[in-house]
Design a protein around this ligand. Structure first.
Ligand SMILES: *[C@@H]1O[C@H](CO)[C@@H](O)[C@H](O)[C@H]1NC(C)=O
Ligand SMILES: *[C@@H]1O[C@H](CO)[C@@H](O)[C@H](O)[C@H]1NC(C)=O
Length: 452
């Protein structure tokens, strides 16, 4: 009885052996790693050199909905139901079919082609299949580094982005020496084009080595983008410290403007006056009690013009006796401030700041060592009233003058607002007393000076 059973088992086993010998499909054991864009042959063949010409060969994807990649049956390709993404990209090797070779050629590989493929071969009475695993390596886009904002310690927040990587790349931040810097946050998303990555870091001013690199790497690919941050961009932060929270909020937009402007060295000066205005603008009104008797102020204290004759007004201690000048109501003993004066149509003016405690009853000398930091228009000539005077060559006639003072840095700068260009700076000054905006106009030339 037992012998009989063994005999039957043996016969069954032999039958199975025989059957599997008849149709056994072979393919690659290891995954195929291919670079996107290239063509790929997915190997699949029958072990004992049996022709597949009369068989059904079906290539399909595993774990996807629209799965048919290629179908051969009744001696021809039958691709009516092929997944659209494989249309016109697949072929069998017709001469090879009779040798039992059902390998599939897939052209112009895409990241979305990555996955498992089944090669299924069916005879009238039997079938077999193998699975081929395909990995498509794709190099993503050149990384882009953005300067996003400042953190609350003066560091700059950088974000690096790149798309279209496959498989997932490694992301590194490096300094100029090639040391890796720790990223704060790295996000990776997968879509049909591969992996998108976004990584952020906060960098600080390392004085002369503000170069940073964002590097993405795979086994076969590496891409890197460099960013160079001018020290001045870090310095902008120092200006922001000390102004109120509400100003900071307003400033956010302009910081980004500034960052862009520092990147483009040529545009630097152009953007500066606007930037200073946004951050440090103060309203200046004229002090009627300081005005020389020949000067007439408007009721709102914003305009001043010069008459040919003196008005009959009471003298005050702060009134200019000889100098046809007036000062602002506002004075400053720290921080930064910026204001603009319209000078359109005028032929003579002297504008800037002076030490508040200057004796206004005497002849005055407009030089820094005597407490004046001013520029002048005299006929067609612009002059910085430094020691000695500095003639200024300006391309355009100034219609609006911007005055910026950084009291703590000892800086007084002048800008042509319309052409957005820097005119002159007094640097490295030492201010020990209050500074006050100074306006002088000498002729009845019709146009007023206007504080704007
Ligand atoms: C396979 O079969 C083909 C056609 O029948 C023949 O030409 C070829 O030599 C065979 N190859 C092997 C390795 O047996
Ligand atoms: C099947 O055909 C392709 C294309 O000619 C060839 O590259 C491949 O080596 C063949 N496979 C076998 C097992 O002969």
């Amino acid at each position: 009885m037992r012998l009989f059973l063994y005999a039957i088992l043996y016969i069954l086993h032999s039958l199975m052996e025989f059957q599997s010998e008849k149709l056994q499909v072979v393919g690659p054991a290891a995954p195929l790693v291919v670079v996107a864009g290239e063509d790929l042959i997915l190997p699949c063949f029958i072990k004992f050199n049996t022709s597949v010409v009369d068989m059904r060969v079906e290539w399909f994807r595993l774990n996807v909905e629209d799965s048919l990649v290629h179908l051969y049956m009744d001696h021809e390709d039958r691709n009516e139901n092929q997944a659209p993404s494989y249309r016109k990209r697949t072929s069998l090797f017709k001469e090879e079919l009779q040798k039992g070779n059902a390998s599939l050629k897939l052209s112009a590989l895409r990241v979305s082609d990555e996955g498992e493929y089944k090669c299924f071969i069916e005879d009238k009475s039997q079938s077999d299949d193998i699975t081929v695993n395909v990995i498509v390596e794709a190099q993503g886009s050149q990384p882009v580094i953005m300067m996003e904002n400042y953190d609350n310690s003066g560091g700059i927040h950088l974000v690096c982005e790149s798309r279209g990587w496959n498989p997932e790349p490694e992301i590194l931040w490096l300094n100029r020496e090639g040391d890796t810097l720790p990223a704060e946050d790295t996000q990776i998303h997968r879509d049909t084009e591969g992996f998108s990555v976004k990584s952020s870091i906060t960098v600080h001013d390392y004085s002369d080595s503000n170069r940073f690199y964002c590097r993405l790497q795979q086994i076969h690919h590496m891409m890197e983008t460099e960013i160079i941050i001018n020290n001045k961009v870090f310095d902008v932060w120092k200006w922001i410290v000390g102004i109120s929270v509400s100003s900071c909020l307003i400033a956010v937009g302009s910081i980004i403007t500034a960052v862009i402007c520092y990147k483009k060295e040529l545009q630097k000066q152009k953007q500066k006056a606007e930037f200073l205005k946004k951050l440090f603008a103060v309203e200046v009104t004229l002090d009627p009690d300081s005005a020389n008797p020949q000067l007439i102020l408007s009721d709102d204290g914003k305009q001043v013009r010069c008459e040919d004759t003196k008005q009959n007004i009471t003298d005050t201690p702060q009134r200019f006796t000889y100098d046809r000048a007036v000062v602002g109501n506002q004075s400053f003993s720290s921080g930064r401030f910026y204001y603009e004066v319209q000078v359109r149509g005028k032929t003579r003016w002297i504008l800037g700041v002076m030490r508040k405690n200057i004796n206004r009853k005497k002849w005055i000398i407009r030089r820094p060592q005597y407490g004046f930091w001013t520029v002048e228009l005299f006929g067609n000539q612009y002059l910085a009233l430094d020691d000695p005077d500095v003639p200024l060559t300006l391309r355009e006639k100034v219609e609006k003058l911007g005055v910026f003072v950084d009291y703590d840095e000892g800086l007084v700068s002048f800008y042509d607002v319309n052409s957005r260009s820097h005119i002159y700076s007094f640097t490295g000054q030492t201010f020990t007393h209050k500074l006050i905006p100074y306006f002088s106009t000498w002729y009845n030339d019709g146009a007023p000076l206007i504080c704007i």
